[in-house]
Design a protein around this ligand. Sequence first.
Ligand code: NAD
Length: 260
Amino acid sequence: GLKGQVAIVTGSTSGIGQALASALAMAGVNVVLNGFGDHTAIERDRTAMEEVADVRVLYHGADMTKPDEIADMVAFAKRELGRLDILVNNAGVQHVAPIEDFPIEKWDQIIAINLTSAFHGVRAAVPIMKAQGRGRLINIASAHALVASPFKAAYVAAKHGIAGLTKTVALEVAQAGITCNAICPGYVKTPLVESQIADQATARGMTPEQVMKDVILAAQPTKKFVEFDQLAGLMLYLASDAGASVNGAMLSVDGGWTAQ
Ligand code: NAD
């Protein structure tokens, strides 16, 4: 089992990352949480996770736009928890706008957080994992790593970039007991999606209700949001010994979206 292993989950103060961190803790993994938010709320979540799961849970506030802070977070995990077995690159942001109006600073921010942060995390984690002879690099990509949607230029470019990074790193670490894979979720009901319903409505000239029905769930043949547990199940499989031959894969969990 995963008991006693150590994981970092970036962007784990909300949504998918929070659910993945909690699933790892429940599997006996000591976890480093990361992400923005109210410090009292983060501290409450951290101690609750520690008590319920009976593992060590630490928090590192690295800003995913800052390469030195990301490297410091990886060193922190190793120093404080003794090793690093699993890195889940999950932190991500979204901005929805037509290309000709796409704010330049939003492009730069999304590429930094959704793509470049994974490079810095992997770059710092691989030497530790190589020395251990084992490691799991798990990138939370998106259906948008495989297909596009209008008005999401930076997000789709960053997620397609994650696909390239995932495959390249997979080849480099294949003989070192390390795997590198991407999970590609369809729509999951998190604050990231809830906030874009309003933005999509503005960009498309639709009501929020029409966006939910005709834009968001229209893409997903199941007409259901993907659930946190469904992503956590795949992550735990990839992290396990059984997942050792899954390498460089883009694994869709999207209700059939990218089958179309
Ligand atoms: P969310 O908004 O609920 O959570 C995002 C997390 O990232 C938060 O913890 C936030 O604090 C953190 N974060 C943002 N900027 C950061 C920064 N500069 N430094 C450190 N942390 C930062 O979003 P979510 O929906 O849970 O998304 C998580 C990941 O899943 C993202 O990579 C997203 O692209 C991906 N994803 C989401 C969906 C979906 O439908 N929600 C679908 C496919 C992929």
